[in-house]
Design a protein around this ligand. Sequence first.
Ligand code: GDP
Ligand code: MN
Length: 411
Amino acid sequence: MILAEAFRHFQAGRLSLRYWSGYNMKLHEYQAKEIFSKAGIPTPKGQLITAANQANKATQTVSGPPWVVKAQIHAGGRGKGGGVKVVQSSYDVVVAAESILGKPLVTKQTGDDGVKVNQILIEEGVDIDREFYLGMVVDRATRMPTMIFSQAGGMEIEEVAANTPDLILKEHVNPITGWLPMQAGNLIFKLDPVPPPSVRKGLMTVMANIYKVFLANDCSLVEINPLVTTTDEKVLAVDAKMTIDDNAMYRQKALAELDDPREKDPLELKAEKYGLNYIRLDGSIGAMVNGAGLAMATMDVIKSAGASPANFLDVGGGANEEMISKGFEIILGDRRVKAVLINIFGGILRCDVLARGVLAAAEKKSIRVPLIVRLEGTNVDEGRKILQNSNLKFFVAKDLAEAAELVAQQV
Ligand code: GDP
Ligand code: MN
């Protein structure tokens, strides 16, 4: 799954270091802020609402003006996409809530369809003096949790890293000593200008507590962007992002409750249920492949034949007939798919099992797109025979290159 998740972001043109730190369960901003707040990281007070008619009441409990109305979706870049509004009256809170809730929000990270906003956070607005970036990830090279700090906060950290790498400061945390106050000093005294003592103290507290949050919750990423200082010298986490390492979910039962499946693609949810490694992409060629490497290679070949893949689907070596059948159903359930390429190298997964799975799915769902099959390996003759004796129409390719040519001709 790590490979697959990285690949998704690579495809979307936003592969960055953080995605290599694993596949992660994301939390919403309001959920992360609750955890922050309990861990001694100050956040603005706020209230979550799920319907616009709750907005006016929220302004009576949350102090303002100004108020900040914030869409709660997993994708970032909400501010630029119109999902974060700073408003000056309770009337405008209601107007903002109505304009955001229940509608798709498009940001740089969501794709063109956007993501539907089911919940918004109404918060007290703060008077921002400076915006910092503060984050923690595991650095693969040193294999240590690493604090990342920058005075170029509020912007995308990838852009800061690309344009002004000098503004990104790092401190590795030795797990034996833990986070040391001296390390906070290393980061804070490099700021220009160095903040006053009360702000320095606030920053040190947040840094120490971020490390605690990171460890206690098995995070692969904690990020505050921006971490702000206010005109009255307070330090506050205005934004919050937390992702939990999937490998730790077995001991993070309480966090698992915070999962929001509405944020996921329904086809991906279905794939997850059947243990299939599936990622939806933007092209029109559905592909069913066994093995992540072969799946990657198949996508490359589809691309070089002039078409583009609609998905990444690795059914894995141990796939059974039901998994194949569900995988095929998922591919066919994607309305963008104009042709399907089945590329199986039968090893542990036998070609006859594959063929039966495909037929089982075809019986349930009428197939309205051309099928191109390339089978090789264990029980290949039996597999081909099963497909040939069915009333399914398909093209058989002798090798991968021909398969890709065939599939590209269909779209
Ligand atoms: P993101 O765009 O998804 O990262 O959402 P953020 O939570 O980071 O909000 C976007 C921007 O809105 C921040 O960078 C701030 O500049 C601004 N913002 C958020 N809260 C406040 C606030 O309380 N007061 C002011 N003045 N600006 C805010
Ligand atoms: Mn942000």
